[in-house]
Design a protein around this ligand. Structure first.
Ligand code: UDX
Ligand code: ADP
Length: 456
């Protein structure tokens, strides 16, 4: 029986391993983490992450061929294949601070694997890593006189949060990078065979390790660039009375451009986009490629502009003062269908509103706990209220920051009646029926359309 160990039971490791276990009943999958409460939670009905459909997948395999454990060493010793799926945040210190990936967790894992292994293993990079990390890892793994052979593969994860289960079940593609040596190709084939259990072979792409590593960064940079591109146009739309929704629709029907990832918003968030682009910028710079570095850096600068612009618009439209005004934030997660708040634009928006002395009330169906963790210094200045109606009561403005579908279905007449007047709605996700809101009496601001006002 093939035995897999996955180090890191987070947003990537947990769902990915649960899917492999579900689809391959004859493979034993053990997910380990140093975070004991996370490991405990994976074995309850209250999983540590919210992801639609994940509960059923875990339930089906848990205890059969899917195990969660804090016994990291034992799981490594037993495994034929070790996936490394630990966090690789942006470095906050030293060389490359603010840009480069912090590889300390990854390297600790490599050292641990080297230390305890007594048999040959395939090591799979699942975490997003800078190009040529595999080379450094191989040096760590093979240092000293260890007779054990490790073959490093890169198998970047393309799942998006909120749709992780569908993405894992039916991916556009799976990418596996391996060395062009006989042992590299043999390892690559072993992993291809696992995925081929449920994914058509033609969707399993193979490449060299460096291409696979770079493809992950490039995919995220291209996706983020589309969001920044349409957001750049949204500012121009507001200045010219063009409608960003109409522009996005028109260009999206060009099959060369395509319709997805053209939704203007308060900006992209999530654990990947910003981190991966900064990582790409750092890589370009470290190879002396200043213009490519500047080109990609602009995608992040544009995103920060969009977040800031949203708050500035709130302030200007609300008569240049929001001090003492209650503002209800609808949605704190970085996107719908997740409780994840990493790099959520809501963090910056809330901080700036508090900076203007507004009374901020945060509402979200799944992300209140994480929202508190993002703003530990502001807990005495921000209220948290799960019920959006209660959050909006007495507020001067509602700001929609996450595209939760429940926000489409609220009774906005009821919300309007309970608010201070004039009542503003700032739709940071362009998801509501703006004409209907305007007819209720709201002052309605939306991205790339500007303010519809009753006040002249
Ligand atoms: C992303 C990639 O899609 C995925 O392939 C990769 O593995 C990890 O990074 P994720 O961060 O989970 O996934 O979410 P994604 O759906 O890509 O959205 C990222 C951000 O962009 C969100 O804040 C979202 O609201 C925003 N976005 C997305 C827009 O503002 N407009 C769009 O049109 C699309
Ligand atoms: P991602 O979104 O990439 O999955 P997460 O932060 O959700 O990132 O998950 C990474 C997990 O890796 C965390 O639960 C963390 O505790 C775990 N982790 C980090 N370093 C180690 C390590 N050396 N051994 C085991 N687990 C680790």
């Amino acid at each position: 029986m093939t035995k897999i160990c996955c180090i890191g039971a987070g947003y990537v490791g947990g769902p990915t391993m649960a899917m492999i276990a579900k689809k391959c009943p004859d493979v034993q999958v053990t997910v380990v983490d140093i975070n004991a409460s996370r490991i405990a939670a994976w074995q309850t009905d209250d999983l540590p992450i919210y992801e639609p459909g994940l509960d059923e997948v875990v339930k089906e395999a848990l205890g059969r061929n899917l195990f969660f454990s804090t016994e990291v060493d034992q799981a490594i010793i037993d495994a034929d294949i070790v996936f490394v799926s630990v966090n690789t945040p942006t470095k906050t210190f030293g060389e490359g601070a603010g840009f480069a990936s912090d590889l300390q967790y990854w390297e600790l894992c490599a050292r641990r694997i080297k230390e305890v292994s007594t048999t040959d293993k395939i090591i799979v990079e699942k975490s997003t890593l800078p190009v040529r990390t595999a080379e450094a890892m191989e040096r760590v793994l093979h240092s000293g006189d260890n007779p054990v052979h490790f073959e490093v593969l890169s198998n970047p994860e393309f799942l998006a949060e909120g749709t992780a289960i569908a993405d894992l079940e039916n991916p556009d593609r799976v990418l596996i990078g391996g060395h062009e040596t006989p042992s590299g190709q043999k390892a690559l084939q072993t992993l291809v065979d696992i995925y081929a259990t449920w994914i058509p072979r033609e969707r399993i792409l193979t490449a060299n390790v460096w291409s696979a590593e770079l493809s992950k960064l490039t995919a995220n940079a291209f996706l983020a660039q589309r969001v920044s591109s349409i957001n750049a146009i949204s500012a121009l739309c507001e200045a010219t009375e063009a409608d960003v929704g109409e522009v996005a629709h028109s260009i999206g029907t060009d099959s060369r451009i395509g319709s997805r990832f053209l939704k203007a918003s308060i900006g992209f968030g999530g654990s990947c986009f910003k981190k991966d682009i900064l990582n790409l910028v750092y890589l370009c710079e470290s190879y002396g490629l200043q213009e490519p570095a500047d080109y990609w850096r602009q995608v992040v600068i544009m995103n920060e502009y969009q977040e800031t612009r949203f708050v500035t618009n709130m302030l200007h439209n609300m008569f240049n003062t929001i001090a003492g005004k209650r503002i209800a934030i609808f949605g704190f997660a970085f996107k719908a269908d997740t409780g994840d708040t990493r790099e959520s634009p809501a963090i910056k928006v809330c901080r700036k509103l508090v900076g203007e002395h507004a009374k901020v009330v945060v509402s979200d169906p799944k992300a209140i706990e994480n929202a508190k963790l993002e703003m530990p210094d502001l807990l005495d200045q921000i209220d948290f209220e799960k019920d959006p109606y209660a959050a909006a009561e007495g507020a001067h403005a509602v700001a929609i920051l996450t595209d939760w579908k429940e926000y489409k279905e609220l009774d906005y007449q009821r919300i309007y009646d309970s608010m201070a007047k004039p009542a503003f709605i700032f739709d940071g996700r362009n998801m509501l029926d703006h004409q209907a809101l305007f007819e209720i009496g709201f002052e309605v601001y939306s991205i790339g359309k500007g303010l519809k006002t009753h006040l002249k």
